[in-house]
Design a protein around this ligand. Structure first.
Ligand code: 6SG
Length: 208
């Protein structure tokens, strides 16, 4: 019986990384899918701390905010560095992932038609920072020698960037190798090839 529950819209969105992490960590979880009509009734929104999904439950612990959920799972499943110094670097990189995710979401939801080409043109100026940081760390992960929650978050975001622009990693060998290696981790491979994952759109407006 799964002790974790994710309540979210029927998209990958802000839950892509946590689902990949749960799958890779061999965890089970239950999904409660919220549709537009249900959400518009407002009672669920009123129960969310910031009026937004996802909600993540672990028994009687209820969390909102996707990055807080990632950190909680990282902490619980040993994907948050070996000490407080690594944890700080992992947080730093995750904040960088979120900055790029916010830029991506702004383009997807607010300016897809007018801003997509400029976003793709500028994307290397964001990706090169991750390339440089990861290339210095010989383990193939962002920080230390073990996978962290920030690696899952970066991986999920890179998969989305590849949907938008399949060649975007061609000039970034470290990131390209990272995506290849993450995709080949047996539990991630099974998960990303599952119907549960494939049937979900990346974003709520169907743009990608
Ligand atoms: C949207 O932004 O799917 N949550 C979203 N939107 C609804 O009333 N900082 C936090 C975090 O990291 C951000 C949460 C996030 O957890 S995710 C939310 O709750 C609201 O604000 C992106 C996504 N969007 C789909 C969407 C939501 C409302 C309109 C479009 C799904 C499709 C239609 C209805 C439900 Fe829809």
């Amino acid at each position: 019986m799964a002790s974790y529950t994710i309540t979210y819209f029927g998209v990958r969105g802000r839950c892509g990384a946590m689902r990949i992490m749960l799958a890779d960590q061999g965890q089970e979880w239950k999904e409660i899918v919220v549709n537009f009509d249900e959400w518009m009734k407002g009672d669920l929104k009123a129960r969310c701390v910031f009026g937004q999904l996802p909600i993540f439950e672990d028994g009687d612990l209820t969390l909102n905010q996707s990055n807080a959920i990632l950190r909680y799972l990282g902490c619980k499943h040993g994907a948050y560095g070996k000490d407080v110094r690594e944890a700080a670097l992992i947080d730093m990189m995750n904040d960088g992932v979120d900055d790029l995710r916010l830029k991506y979401l702004k383009m997807i939801y607010q300016e897809y038609e007018t801003g997509k080409a400029a976003y793709i043109k500028d994307l290397p100026n964001s990706l090169d920072k991750f390339e440089a940081f990861m290339a210095k760390n010989k383990s193939g992960f962002l920080v230390g020698d073990k996978i962290s929650y920030a690696d899952y978050n970066l991986f999920d975001l890179l998969l989305n960037q590849l949907e938008l622009c399949p060649t975007c990693l061609d000039i970034f060998p470290t990131l390209k190798g990272f995506v290849k290696k993450m995709s080949a981790r047996p539990k991630i491979k099974t998960f990303i090839n599952s119907d549960a994952h494939k049937k979900l759109q990346i974003n709520g407006n169907g743009k990608q």
